[in-house]
Design a protein around this ligand. Structure first.
Ligand SMILES: [Zn+2]
Length: 424
């Protein structure tokens, strides 16, 4: 049996390599949208993992949202078979990063190091986690070349825009059919195991009216006033109801341990003027008004119940307002997902955290979703967690960074899980 001391030594010996690898990944600006440099990063990773004895495949998710010849959706899957039959442990990272945004004091694609911090877009979300899993795999393979089962590493597209050209597509193609355990190195931090995420329902709600001259609003019917009544109903009845719906899911932060609703946007009446137009608006009664709802729901709720709540809001308003009519359009939905605390990958990771960090792990659930939804729903595998270095609140921020020591610690935990599940 591989000792923790041997693993720690092998990871520590690769610390400079871990930094260089993370820097190399950050220097490939895989911005999504539109989906830049996906092929470059997959080529880079495939070359690295070929070298480590993996069989690698580059797979383009043809025809998925965003896929085009200008911005093809490339994914990389690497497999290394052990010396004996056994289980398959799969590490999945997304290789895309979100836009840079404003407020940086560093070059977002240079991979600058200062002290223990490595800066760059994607440093924590999640190229640092991807690099940690690769270093963990290379260290493990050097110590236990005769391991049982198989070890896989995938780097996939488009997590930031829903994962349809990445994990969802791979799952549809059957790439998870033989997989027993999945770890997604998202930045939940080195001492936390993320069991899953809440559900999502996005919908567009529209109220209808009738256009008329603004000087004679009584000749029309204002869709904005109708929407005002909807918003008042949401404020007075729905928000208090949502606040009573608490979950057993250990969601962090604490405020997300209940049902939540955000109204992402509201548009009513005349369209926004074109940029550069400096004239006045025209006087019209709004004939339509739309809001986008972002409802996050709990494992204790069903999506049918969540949708019925909004219909009930609209029907109550309708009963009180003559001439009121509306439409609700579904935009997007994700079921909640949560691994069992006794699932093998959870137990193994918890034990490795205890050994490496000499502390009990925290078990958490993410307020927002990530690729676990596809592994669960399409890949039909519940034995899946997110575990990786980095602080979640730094994701998508200016001056994003990941701790080098945290990456190394996470890599030790990951290699410990490999040793436990694949024998070594
Ligand atoms: Zn991420």
């Amino acid at each position: 049996m591989l000792t923790d001391t041997a693993i720690a030594k092998a990871i520590d010996a690769r610390r400079d390599d871990l930094v260089r690898l993370t820097q190399d990944l950050i220097r490939i600006p895989t911005l999504n949208p539109p989906g830049r440099c996906y092929r470059e990063i997959c080529d880079y990773l495939a070359a690295r993992l070929d070298n480590a004895g993996f069989a690698t495949e580059l797979l383009r998710a043809h025809g998925t949202p965003g896929d085009s010849d200008a911005h093809p959706r490339w994914n990389m899957v690497a497999r290394r078979r052990g010396a004996r039959p056994g289980e398959c442990l799969h590490f999945n990272s997304h290789h895309d990063v979100v836009e840079v945004g404003h407020g940086w004091t560093r070059d977002p694609f240079a991979g600058e190091v200062e002290g223990d911090r490595l800066y760059g877009r994607g440093a924590c979300d999640m190229k640092g986690g991807l690099a940690a899993s690769i270093i963990a795999a290379e260290a493990f393979l050097s110590l236990a070349p005769d391991f049982a089962g198989s070890l896989e590493i995938s780097a996939t597209a488009d997590e930031e825009s829903g994962g349809f050209g990445g994990v969802a597509w791979l799952a549809e193609q059957g790439h998870y059919a033989h997989v027993d355990h999945v770890i997604i190195p998202e930045p939940l931090h080195k001492d936390r195991i993320c069991l899953g995420h809440r559900g999502v329902w996005w919908a567009e709600v529209e109220t209808h009216g009738r256009i008329a001259h603004g000087s004679m609003p009584f000749l029309g019917d204002s869709a904005i006033r109708h929407m005002g009544a909807v918003l008042a109903e949401i404020e007075e009845r729905l928000y208090p109801l949502l606040a009573t719906k608490r979950t057993e899911m250990p969601v962090v932060p604490e405020g997300a341990r209940q049902s939540t609703l955000n109204i992402n946007s509201i548009h009513g009446g005349e369209a926004e003027p074109e940029p550069g137009y400096d004239g006045l608006p025209a006087p019209c009664v709004a004939d339509r008004c739309r809001i986008i709802l972002d409802r996050r729901f709990l494992i204790e709720e069903s999506i049918a119940e969540v949708k019925a709540e909004i219909t009930a809001v609209m029907e109550r308003v309708k009963a009180a307002r003559p001439g009121f009519s509306y439409e609700i359009r579904d935009l997007f939905e994700v079921q909640p997902s949560m691994a069992d605390r006794d699932a093998p990958v959870v137990r193994s990771t918890a034990a490795a955290i205890e050994r490496v960090l000499a502390r009990q792990p925290d078990f958490v659930v993410s307020p927002g979703t990530y690729d676990q939804k596809h592994i669960d729903r399409i890949g039909r595998l519940k034995n899946c967690i997110a575990y990786g270095p980095g602080l979640l609140h730094l994701a998508h921020q200016p001056d994003e960074w990941v701790g080098i020591g945290d990456m190394a610690d996470s890599a030790k935990v990951m290699a410990g899980v490999m040793a436990d599940l694949l024998g070594g």
